[in-house]
Design a binder for this molecule. Structure first.
Ligand code: ATP
Ligand code: MG
Length: 391
């Protein structure tokens, strides 16, 4: 019975002159989301977006796709009444109520909007007349204008639209209206969630994964590709850079104190990721770091890793408890993939007693031992990077 969806958005309505950029981005993201499901018409009209469905379509599948599009505040499945003549309109709305609500023991209110200001009734008149029609046709119904259990909304245009179901959308802003950032994507629980969160604010995502074969297996890499695939359902396509980090890691392991290894390694990860981010015209980087979660994520540890890059580093999980991160990971379906037991490159070289309060001075002195080869190794890592386009 639903031939279309009315898509409402909140935040992007607030953006003044930039509004059309946001609306176009949302329209395009909705088109992307529905593209593989059939021939939907997606159009903008007066502060909302209409999705007209093909003759045959799967309702659940369509709603589920729309529920993954950032920027949508609500999704209203609408029935379309072909004529705006009063009689077919009232009958159409009545038929809608009859079909939707076999048990009509509830309170309701009619809400109305009209596009044509010359229509025979004003909006308040439509509400009153339509309410009266429904009460006459269904005497079990009761009107409650303050807290109705059902709001029947009627929009009068050349055709008419009626709806009463409001499915909450994800909120946020449409991807692509807020620049691009480089996500440091590991196989863990946190970084996919961090990427999802920035993307929810309209940011497009590229990703870098540091791979250390043979210490990390192909399956560990596949896990990261799978995670990129999972978040791409929300973020759109993700260009994934796989950096071979083995030589750099071994070199650090040979030259530097083992308890500083994690911090020094993370500093080189940030440096390399920043180079890739610049290449990709990113305006920032994203990590899944969370204060105090592990030894390298103390205030001192974060200060030390942050020091190597000029770009802003976004750490959306910084103040999150693990259980709250896990909750989001479950919601976005990355959790089960993240907990697959494949080593990531940090866990293999990890020291028994890593420094938790690294001093930048000490770290920099240790890094002097890398001077001979490290720059060349970074260039090699960059020139041998593997690119995987994940959709
Ligand atoms: P995650 O669950 O995201 O792996 P974590 O709690 O295991 O995080 P760390 O291993 O200290 O924490 O990593 C902190 C952040 O550094 C990660 O969230 C990720 O953004 C980045 N990172 C760590 N390892 C890698 C890697 N091999 N490739 C790319 N980024 C990484
Ligand atoms: Mg990790």
């Amino acid at each position: 019975m639903f031939k279309a969806f009315l898509i409402k958005y909140a935040e992007i309505g607030l953006k003044g002159n930039n509004r059309y950029i946001f609306e176009n981005a949302l329209r395009d993201r909705i088109k992307d989301a529905l593209n593989s499901l059939g021939e939907y018409e997606v159009g903008k009209e007066q502060g909302r977006i209409f999705v007209e469905c093909p003759e045959v379509y799967d309702y659940e599948e369509t709603v589920s796709a729309l529920k993954k599009v950032f920027g949508i505040s609500s999704i209203c499945p609408v029935a379309v009444i072909e004529s705006s003549e009063w009689e077919p309109l009232t009958k159409g709305v009545g038929d809608y109520v009859e079909m939707m609500y076999p048990d009509r023991n509830f309170t309701f209110k009619v809400e109305a909007k009209r596009a044509d200001k010359n229509y025979q009734y004003t909006s308040p008149e439509i509400c009153i007349e339509m309410g009266a029609y429904l009460l006459k046709r269904f005497p079990e119904l009761k009107v409650d204008v303050h807290e109705p259990s059902v709001r029947v909304t009627v929009e009068v245009r050349t055709k008419c639209y009626v709806y009463s179901i409001i499915i909450p959308g994800l909120g946020g802003m449409p991807v692509g209206c807020n620049g691009k950032a480089m996500l440091l994507l590991s196989g863990g629980i946190d970084s996919p969630v961090a990427g999802y969160m920035l993307s929810k604010r309209g940011v497009s995502i590229a990703a870098t994964y540091f791979h250390a074969p043979p210490y990390t297996s192909d399956r560990a890499k596949q896990k990261v590709v799978d995670l990129a695939g999972k978040i791409s359902k929300y973020t759109g396509p993700v260009k994934l850079f796989v950096v071979n980090f083995t030589d750099i890691q071994l070199y650090i392991y040979d030259q530097c104190p083992h308890e500083e290894l994690t911090i020094i390694m993370r500093r080189y990860m940030m440096k390399i990721a920043e180079r890739l981010a610049e290449q990709e015209s990113c305006l920032g980087m994203i990590t899944g770091e969370s204060l105090g979660q592990v030894a390298s994520q103390t205030m001192q540890g974060l200060a030390a890793t942050n020091e190597v890059c000029k770009m802003p580093v976004y750490r959306p999980l910084i103040a999150f408890d693990k259980k709250d991160i896990v909750e989001i990971a479950k919601e976005i379906d990355t959790f089960e993939t993240s907990i697959q037991p494949f080593e990531d490159c940090c866990t293999i070289f990890v020291a028994k007693h890593p420094v938790t309060k690294p001093s930048l001075k000490v770290i920099k002195r240790s890094e002097e031992k890398l001077e001979e080869k490290i720059n060349e190794m970074i260039e090699t890592a960059l020139s041998t990077v593997e690119i995987i386009n994940v959709k």
